[in-house]
Design a protein around this ligand. Structure first.
Ligand code: GUN
Ligand code: FE
Length: 446
């Protein structure tokens, strides 16, 4: 058992952010078993017979929050983070992304990159990541092994694509389904408690209808999540619909392929019509909002408020390397900025996203979008303990505190000005993992 005591911050819903001072929280076998506000810590420690080395008392400028959730990140594209942003989506895929992803047939290279992306995102507070790997089964399995070893909760997708892709980076139609079924059964047979396989058709341009239909059957056979991209860029939307005859719009392609489920998450969704949103709502399919990527490769600006008003769950994604920054704090800031810009051309009653909204989206909102809102994302008895200890007393960096600042303002400062140096401890399923991740990052390689 481990006892935490101090200021706890978490969201119960998008408009219910809780600041809980002097809170005691007990973790046993990775799960939250007790939580009490304004608690007498000494009494609780005695009552539950918790030894002193298992008590974490937070300092004056520290708080405990749920781990952050990246609902859309391409692990192999970590290599390209921060360059190649001058082309829009389709040109960018051909010039930078496909050649880089093709290199992951080399397991040594995959090992090097995947170790660093898992360590770096963990160190930045991403306790759960929804990953795209590449089309290579072995290296995608390796990503699962690495996430398990370093201690990140991960959904890992071996990418499926069987058309409109370069000769050097495409799957054989005859073996694509066997490959993904092998991937799912192999990863599931490892029984990693926090790592799950995900069905991952890349997007409607690079997947035949037959492949997508077969993938949807596997998703239901193995009860796994599904991830893909939707309606990211105007040229992409046009090509996608023109390739799939008989489909009304982009969402209809995935609807006809039976890929829309309550365990499906679609990245972007910038240009979705009201009809398309209604279909997604009917299937309880979620959206991953990736505002850095949408700005960096100039895909467009997604009106997240509109999606939420239609009843969709929306999480945040870094979308590395369309997005250049692997940190969810950066995704929160971009989400606020994009929403502020959109609000300039809306009526006065339009509410741009604020720091409380994006705090929710990066924690419980992300969990709900991935279909695991009953397991992670906030502190409730019975949920897994995925958490961060944030220390605002940085001696370097831009975050400076002044005396007597309210708790709300401190959280706002952290969201706008904090970085990985302020994330002093990271826990996944009750296990502290940041130190191991930081040690890996200290070793410069490549
Ligand atoms: N659409 C299809 N593939 C990709 C990808 O790798 N990144 C982004 N942002 N969009 C895509
Ligand atoms: Fe993406």
């Amino acid at each position: 058992m481990k006892l935490f005591y101090g200021l706890v911050i978490h969201s119960k819903s998008i408009d219910d952010l809780r600041f809980l001072p002097n809170t005691a929280l007990i973790v046993e076998h990775g799960k939250i078993v007790y939580i009490e506000e304004s608690a007498d810590v000494d009494k609780i420690q005695q009552q539950y017979q918790i030894s002193p080395e298992n008590v974490v008392v937070l300092k004056e400028n520290e708080f405990l929050m749920p781990g952050m959730i990246d609902t859309h990140i391409h692990a192999p594209q970590y290599v390209n983070a921060g360059f190649g942003l001058e082309l829009p989506l389709l040109g960018w895929l051909n010039k930078y992304t496909f050649p880089t992803e093709a290199r992951f047939s080399d397991l040594n290279f995959a090992n090097e990159v995947y170790t660093r992306v898992v360590a770096n995102t963990l160190s930045n507070g991403t306790t759960t990541a929804m990953y795209f790997a590449t089309i290579h089964k072995e290296s995608a399995l390796l990503l699962g092994d690495i996430a398990h070893q370093i201690g990140q909760r991960a959904f890992v997708g071996k990418v499926s694509m069987d058309q409109n892709s370069p000769d050097y980076y495409i799957e054989e139609k005859s073996s694509a389904i066997k490959e993904i079924e092998d991937f799912i059964t192999t990863l599931q047979s490892k029984n990693y408690p926090n790592v799950q396989p995900v069905i991952t058709p890349r997007f409607a341009i690079t997947c035949s209808m037959e492949l997508m239909k077969n993938l949807s059957e596997l998703a239901s056979k193995y009860n796994v999540n599904i991830q893909t991209h939707v309606s990211e860029n105007p040229a992409e939307c046009e090509v996608a619909v023109s390739l799939h005859e008989g489909c009304r719009d982009y969402v209809d392609i995935y609807a006809q392929a039976n890929l829309l489920t309550a365990k499906t998450i679609l990245a972007h969704g910038i240009y979705l019509s009201d009809d398309e949103l209604e279909v997604l709502h009917k299937f309880q399919t979620s959206i991953s909002h990736c505002p850095n990527s949408n700005c960096s490769i100039r895909s467009g600006m997604c009106d997240v408020r509109r999606l939420m008003m239609k009843g969709l769950h929306v999480g945040l994604g870094t979308d590395v390397s369309g997005g250049f920054n692997p940190s969810i704090l950066d995704a929160m800031r971009f989400a606020i900025t994009v929403s502020n810009i959109l609000s300039l051309s809306k009526s006065e009653d339009y509410k741009p996203l604020n720091f409380k909204d994006v705090f929710f989206m990066s924690t419980l909102g992300g969990a709900q979008a991935l279909g695991v809102g009953d397991k992670i994302g906030s502190f409730e008895i019975g949920k897994d303990f995925d958490a961060l200890v944030i220390n605002l007393s940085q001696t370097d960096g831009n975050l400076e505190l002044w005396p007597n600042e309210s708790i709300e303002n401190r959280l706002s400062k952290w969201i706008h000005l904090g970085d990985d140096r302020t994330i002093s401890r990271v826990y996944v399923h009750g296990v502290e993992v940041k130190e191991g991740a930081s040690n890996i990052l200290r070793v410069k390689r490549l």
